[in-house]
Design a protein around this ligand. Structure first.
Ligand code: MLT
Length: 334
């Protein structure tokens, strides 16, 4: 009897162990707003690689590109509800749920990649991470740095605020960005990211703004001709995780996720440094025309900062929040 029982028991125990192992192994779903070749994808891939490495191959994650799991704004809500694990999206699309992150979208506050790294990886980044947990039920675990959001359009070279008049420009559903264009004298068209390419293609709108990397990855060169190197927003695109999911993980798993997020943040900065200049050349080669705003962008800067900053002091948590940012960057307070 025993000689027959043992192998069966061994099989049963092995099956249980496989079952337990399979239940523990995680494959997180990550919604990604942008397409292959984007900065978001680079961050996502680096996160997956680091998570696999840190967990000895036990845990992984899968990227769903091109807004397959929903437009960026919607994914914040889904992650908060726990029906989505993670999302990679532009920070301006989190602002409606957690207004204090708007400090990173105020025009002409972040003026370089180095400034973006300093802010996101220091105490201010930690405070905003805590705020998104409280306000939106999502935790920021990595930062993507995508470069300045340049203006593209299909109609004409734009070098001045005067040139901008008459253009129909799509913006995210973000009050700060809407008000910035209003300060420049036009009424922009707020629209979900997932609808933007089609709207440009069908000429429902003439233009939009996003970094070179995004313009290239999303193939906007097929439907846009002119680029203006405005530098009003340095695009930051966090990787967020559902806070309820995160709280349900073991301490070890949480640590692995945070460490993988840090590795992804570093990889993102490197990706931008390595690729932005070549992508700009590529856009020129594909027939886009690139201009700089006249007079060092002076008029754009003056109109935007004067009208927009004071309007959003309350929503970012008070003027002292902006001053903390400016102080961190070694600039004079307002
Ligand atoms: C937007 O314009 O809504 C975002 O910047 C899109 C993106 O994720 O690249």
């Amino acid at each position: 009897f025993l000689s027959h029982f043992k192998p069966a028991a061994a099989v049963a125990i092995a099956a249980l162990m496989i079952g337990a192992g399979a239940a523990d192994a995680k494959n997180f779903k990550i919604a990604v707003g942008d397409s292959a070749g984007s900065a978001q994808e680079a961050t996502g891939k680096a996160f997956v690689a680091a998570l696999e490495e840190k967990s000895g191959g036990k845990h992984t994650a899968t990227l769903f590109l091109n807004g397959q799991l929903g437009s960026e704004e919607v994914t914040v809500n889904d992650a908060a509800m726990g029906t989505l694990d993670m999302s990679l999206l532009a920070i301006n699309n989190i602002t409606p749920y957690s207004p204090t992150v708007g400090v990173f979208s105020l025009p002409y506050v972040i003026l370089s990649l180095e400034e973006a790294e300093k802010l996101t990886q220091g105490p201010i980044g930690e405070e905003l991470t805590q705020n998104t947990i409280n306000d939106a039920g999502v935790r920021i675990i990595a930062w993507t740095y995508t470069g300045f959001r340049v203006l593209t359009n299909s109609k004409k070279p734009v070098k001045s605020v005067a040139d901008l008049q008459g253009l129909v420009v799509r913006v995210p559903k973000n009050e700060i960005m809407i008000d910035t264009y209003k300060a420049w004298g036009i009424n922009p068209t707020p629209m979900a990211w997932s609808e933007t390419f089609t709207a440009l293609q069908q000429q429902v709108v003439d233009g939009q703004d996003n970094p070179y990397l995004t313009v290239n990855a999303m193939k906007f060169y097929e439907v846009q001709k002119y680029i203006t190197n405005i530098r009003y927003i340095f695009s930051i695109e966090p990787l967020i995780i559902s806070e309820s999911l995160f709280q349900g993980l073991s301490a070890d798993e949480q640590q692995m996720i945070l460490d993988a997020g840090q590795a992804a943040t570093q990889a993102s900065a490197q990706f931008l440094r390595d690729s932005e200049a070549a992508i700009k050349q590529d856009l020129l080669a594909k027939g886009m025309e690139i201009s700089d705003p006249e007079n060092g962008e002076e008029e754009f800067i003056k109109l935007a900062t004067e009208a927009v900053w004071p309007k959003f002091y309350d929503s970012i948590g008070g003027v002292e929040k902006l001053n903390a940012v400016l102080e961190t960057l070694g600039r004079a307070p307002v």
